[in-house]
Unconditional design. Structure first.
Length: 291
């Protein structure tokens, strides 16, 4: 069992689904066999969330779909896909944006305190307004992340437009994403719009400008925040976060028993096979859970 911050992803996947990779930060909680676990060797909040940002991007998903042939997203498949190296993400708001998309409930109060230690400027914003919970804000932040990650992968506009093309003849394409919506409101089209803006102003400026949807699109998507997210002061919101974290820390969590194989004085053949498989996973010096 891997304790602490880690990433869970959906094991059942297909290159012909809307998306193939669904990954999220998981706190210090156990997972079953249908939710495999990944964790960078440096498992601080910054590295874990940076990896989450990469895994959930259109660009990474495209590379994964080119490799994925079956319905099981095994570790050896992930080991053969390209990821941006951790130094390549430094100086960009990928971890912060991933936090706002993933850490959207009081359960993640400890992780938000970790994030505030890494990004002190977060303490100047209302804690609840950092949670992306409306369709408008979630889509906006995902488009920003997709644009940044695509640029860090070295794509130009034509590359990204080809990946996101609306072509039902391509069985592995992303044309299924939001296909029930008008084209101008789809995640694919708006991510491409954000990427166009990034190419116009440059990556550094784009990361600083807090890109927004065009006015007519924003109006159709509704408000960015719910009324309750603005209740109370900034100081009160972070005091609430600290209290949640304190209470969670006080909860006694039973530790798993020692490995059954060790207690029985033997190691199963399946354990040896999984240990060998673990050696193949070298992206980000990733650890995986062997159960």
């Amino acid at each position: 069992m891997l304790s602490g911050n880690k990433i869970g992803f959906m094991r059942i996947a297909s290159a012909t689904n809307s998306r193939s990779m669904y990954a999220s930060l998981i706190g210090d909680m156990p997972c079953g066999n249908t939710t495999p676990i990944l964790r960078p060797e440096s498992n601080d909040i910054y590295h874990v969330l940076s990896l989450v940002a990469c895994l959930n991007s259109f660009t990474y998903d495209y590379a994964l779909r080119c490799r994925l042939g079956g319905l099981d997203l095994n570790y050896f498949v992930i080991a053969e896909t390209p990821l941006i190296s951790p130094p390549g993400l430094q100086g960009y708001p990928c971890a912060e944006l991933a936090a706002r998309l993933n850490l959207i409930m009081p359960f993640f109060a400890p992780q938000w305190l970790e994030m505030r230690a890494v990004y002190p400027q977060l303490g100047e914003q209302h804690w609840h307004k950092l949670w992306a919970i409306t369709p408008h804000e979630r889509l906006r932040l995902r488009c920003i992340l997709d644009a940044i990650i695509a640029d860090l992968y070295g794509l130009d506009y034509d590359d990204f437009a080809w990946i996101l093309q609306d072509n039902p003849a391509n069985p592995k394409g992303f044309w299924r994403v939001d296909k029930e919506k008008p084209k101008e409101l789809r995640h694919t089209m708006l991510a491409l719009t954000a990427f166009m803006r990034l190419k116009e102003v440059g990556l550094e400026v784009f990361c600083q400008e807090d890109w927004q949807f065009p006015q007519e699109i924003g109006d159709r998507l509704g408000p960015r925040f719910t009324p309750w997210q603005a209740q109370g002061t900034v100081e009160e919101s972070w005091a609430e976060c600290e209290e949640h974290a304190r209470r969670m820390k006080a909860i006694a969590v039973p530790l798993p028993e020692n490995d059954n194989r060790k207690r029985n004085g033997k190691q199963s053949g399946n354990g040896r096979e999984k240990a060998a498989e673990l050696e193949q996973v070298n992206l980000w010096n990733l650890e995986q859970e062997i159960s």
